[in-house]
Design a protein around this ligand. Structure first.
Ligand SMILES: [Zn+2]
Length: 465
């Protein structure tokens, strides 16, 4: 039975969905004001493997991911949630563009990266056109397309006495929700003992957070509401969309550990007050941050990498993914170029060569049972990679591909366009004839087209860069 570390209960819980074989899953999506960095991406790799594992175990997974294109303020990570500037607008000013142009551009960048990493969520997005194309079981939802859904929830919270209006906006009254703090441990008492926040005299407690923010005329993104022109706070979008598409109570909600407070704590407060049902989410699954070169990832440290940066260093998205899977999603790991080098070696020297020379289509079912057991234990991917690494079974590689979203087992010919195959064959011939000038030239041509060629014992192997 699958066991997952649940941030709500602080233990590994056996997984049992609300509705028998259907899993309702919500992923806190990206705030689209910058290219996704490797820390962001690692968190979506975690959701992807969780989804794939559940599907492998014959669950039907219905997954929703939001796109935050309004309302996430630069200081929203603070408890009060009404400080700073909208992240999208700040970036728009920096680039001298319209906020929605910025949002759509970085949204596309996110899905480009998701596609390169073979994440299922990318199936619901057309990267060429930059359009959402939702499927039956994957829904991408932009905040700006759901303003009315959010207003509906806020109105109800005001009517029920959980929220109130001030001259600045509409706030959730934290003291009205007795379970506040149950996810993060930040109860009202604890918050009051701790760091002081700037007190707004109109607020009932200093930690009340904004559901709706009233906007001055010149504010770039604003909508009509019962409280005048304005825009939503960040947390309310996830409540509105999760309830709209998945219902009042769901099985899984994922995010990065930085989302636990205030974002997810506030989502729980809003949702459970709105529906009167608890729990809003049965399993809260969070990706732990990793260090990069033993330091916290930060612009000032110069260690915030994108997939493109890694590409320039000679590491493909596939290598990055393998490096990430080599650490457990919720353990403290240090990510460095050594992790990438190691992953590259495993990928090239082990998998590719194994497939080409050693694998004899053995059906090693013991290994498959081991793989399942390992992943059932809170998605222990490092152990799973170790099993894959030592296997001689093509069946196991195929199973691993299915669950991990990798392509360890794919034969060359099925992943390669014919034009590339032609070049690769020509190069192979040139090499055999010891015409290394020609073979080098052809290699460069292949690389220019976005592929990488590797010589193996039995011939060659081509992969997307
Ligand atoms: Zn969220």
């Amino acid at each position: 039975m699958l066991k997952l570390y649940n941030s709500l209960t602080k233990q590994k819980d056996p997984f049992k969905p609300i509705k028998d074989k259907v899993v309702l899953m919500y992923d806190c999506g990206p705030t689209v004001y910058a290219k996704p960095h490797i820390g962001n991406l690692a968190r979506y790799i975690m959701s992807d493997i969780l989804r794939r594992y559940l599907e492998y175990k014959d669950y039907k997974v219905k997954q929703v991911m939001n796109i935050t294109d309004v309302g996430h303020l630069t200081e929203d990570d603070l408890a009060t949630s009404d400080r700073g500037e909208d992240k999208i607008i700040a970036q728009a000013k920096k680039e001298g563009k319209d906020p929605l142009v910025i949002a759509r551009y970085y949204e596309k960048e996110f899905f480009k990266a998701a596609k390169k990493l073979n994440l299922k969520i990318a199936e619901a997005y057309d990267v060429e056109k930059g359009e959402i194309k939702n499927t039956e079981d994957i829904i991408i939802a932009r905040a700006t397309d759901h303003i009315n859904d959010m207003i509906k929830v806020i109105k109800d919270l005001v009517e029920k006495g959980y929220a109130y209006e001030t001259s600045k906006g509409v706030y959730f009254n934290v003291s009205k929700f007795k379970d506040y703090g149950k996810l993060s441990g930040n109860t009202l008492d604890k918050l009051q003992e701790g760091k002081r926040v700037k007190v707004d005299p109109e607020k009932k407690t200093p930690y009340d957070f904004a559901l709706w923010i009233k906007a001055p005329k010149e504010h770039l993104m604003q909508w009509d509401s019962p409280w005048g022109r304005g825009y939503p706070g960040w947390h309310i979008e996830c409540t509105a969309m999760s309830i709209k598409y998945l219902g009042e109570q769901i099985d899984i909600h994922t995010g990065g550990e930085d989302n636990i407070f205030p974002h997810h704590e506030d989502e729980i407060a809003q949702s459970e007050s709105y529906t009167g049902k608890s729990p809003f989410v049965k399993y809260w699954i969070h990706r732990r941050h990793f260090l990069v070169d033993s330091k916290k990832m930060a612009k000032s440290e110069g260690n915030v990498y994108t997939l493109e940066d890694l590409g320039k260093m000679g590491y493909s998205p596939e290598v990055f993914k393998l490096a990430i899977l080599s650490g457990k999603y919720n353990s403290k790991i240090n990510f460095s170029e050594d992790s990438l080098k190691q992953a590259k070696t495993i990928l090239k020297k082990t998998f590719w060569d194994v497939i080409d020379s050693k694998i004899k289509n053995q059906d090693n079912s013991k290994d498959i049972i081991d793989l399942e057991k390992t992943l059932e234990d809170d998605l222990n991917t490092p152990k799973a990679i170790a099993i894959v690494n030592r296997t001689t079974s093509i069946k196991l590689l195929k199973t691993a591909d299915k669950i991990l979203g990798t392509n360890f087992s794919e034969p060359i010919s099925t992943t390669m366009p014919t034009s590339i195959k032609k070049l690769a064959d020509e190069r192979h011939k040139a090499r055999k004839n010891k015409d290394f000038v020609k073979s080098d030239k052809l290699r460069k041509e292949i690389e220019k087209k976005g592929f990488e060629i590797e010589d193996t014992n039995s011939g060659y192997r081509v992969k997307r860069k």
